[in-house]
Design a protein around this ligand. Sequence first.
Ligand code: SAH
Ligand code: SF4
Length: 470
Amino acid sequence: MSKRQEAVVPDMERQIEIMQELREISLSLAEQPLGYVDTYGCQQNESDSEKLRGMLVEMGYGITKDENLADVAILNTCAVRKKAETRVLGNVGALIHTKTANPRQVVVFCGCLAAVPETVDTIRESYKHVDLVFPPSQIWRFPEFLQRVRNEKNRVFIDDDVEGEIHEGLPLHRDNGVKAWLPIMYGCDNYCSYCIVPYVRGRERSRSFSVIVDEARRLVLSGAKDITLLGQNVNSFKSDIDAGSHDFATLIRAINEIDGEFLIRFMTSHPKDASDELFLAMAECEKAARHIHLPFQAGSDRILELMNRGYTKESYLEKVSRAKDLMPDIVLTSDVIVGFPGETEADFLETLDLIRKADFDAMFTFIYSKRPGTPAADFPDDMSRTEKQVWFEKLVDLQNEISERKHEGYIGKTVRVLVDGEAKGTEYPLRARTNGGRLVHLLGEPTLVGSFADAKISHCNNWSLFGDVV
Ligand code: SAH
Ligand code: SF4
């Protein structure tokens, strides 16, 4: 096992000063400058984008959703699968047009792809309109980098990827007042053999327990009703910045003590760290949502071992049944990869069997994508994409069947939901989530946004429920 990274909380003083300086410049302009942030990938990136927008606002920028109007255009990228990478590179290429129209536009490339040396070289050589590149660990230094781009009138590439830092105190700009992301740890030490995350997000490090609980309290006071604790491996949270040592179950219990009507969610849990203490804390805390996203990735023990996942099919299913014993109404979702190098038909059948036994409410299915630099990239892989696609479709069909059956079970029932937004241009004007996180399209008044309501479910499809406010 790798050594736990000792966390270092950097001094934010200099960044705050620079934000002030840039704010004065923004205020002196005839028109307020605008910032645009395009986010790819996971919730961690969504959360990082809230910080980027927060820093832009602090520096006097307005926020736009139109890259053509942007004075600073940021792409916060994802490196997990090749497809995401191709899409990002296409979109960064397209920014050449906005930059040609407005040569003073600053184009920023950050997020996980900005920590992949080969991609950074490609940006340096072939995407000359990109002005600034920095990896995820350096996000807190964005004001300093932006000032350098402006002062030096040169491209700035940051590769001093200091791994152990935990930034605190960055301003946030949140789009949705009801739902809030709350990062509790960064990085990953698991080194699943297919995954690039440990290489681009650095070593696992947890934020201070008391800082997190205070932040949760502030979020509740500001009206958040649905707080998602975030981490690549959220349930291996172990904070020793404060006196004593606190684990994830203790954190859930502490946040549960905060006054107010709100839900605690978390993403993503690793099965090897899904402990009995965690399930007990969930079962005993009334604010802990009855949902766990527990990626299993494969059903064959041989493949799980090649993936370096640290559990077996049997131990995974035991954890699932323990969670269901303690919380019969729990919603269980998962991720699976098909076509891992060397996967055979027999291995694939184990995956189908696990899916049937676990009886997931929903599942995200991915075809294996080779990530250079990861161990699995060197494993022999002689299966064609077409063959993998056939397996992929079988998995999707099986899960759709299960999801549909589970969703049909809601029809006619009245469930408590949190109305978290409006859905414009559809027959159902409200968007809501059940306690277990299932999406509900709802008929009701827009004034309900931000509140809990009872909804009677009338019909469903594989992915969502439809209903009326009672
Ligand atoms: N830390 C989280 C999320 C990791 S990325 C976790 O461990 O669950 C989200 C999902 O992408 C993973 O669960 C996995 O199913 C998928 N994934 C990661 N790397 C992949 C790869 N190289 N090819 C295909 N899918 C991948
Ligand atoms: Fe990647 Fe595995 Fe870490 Fe998840 S736990 S981020 S899949 S290495």
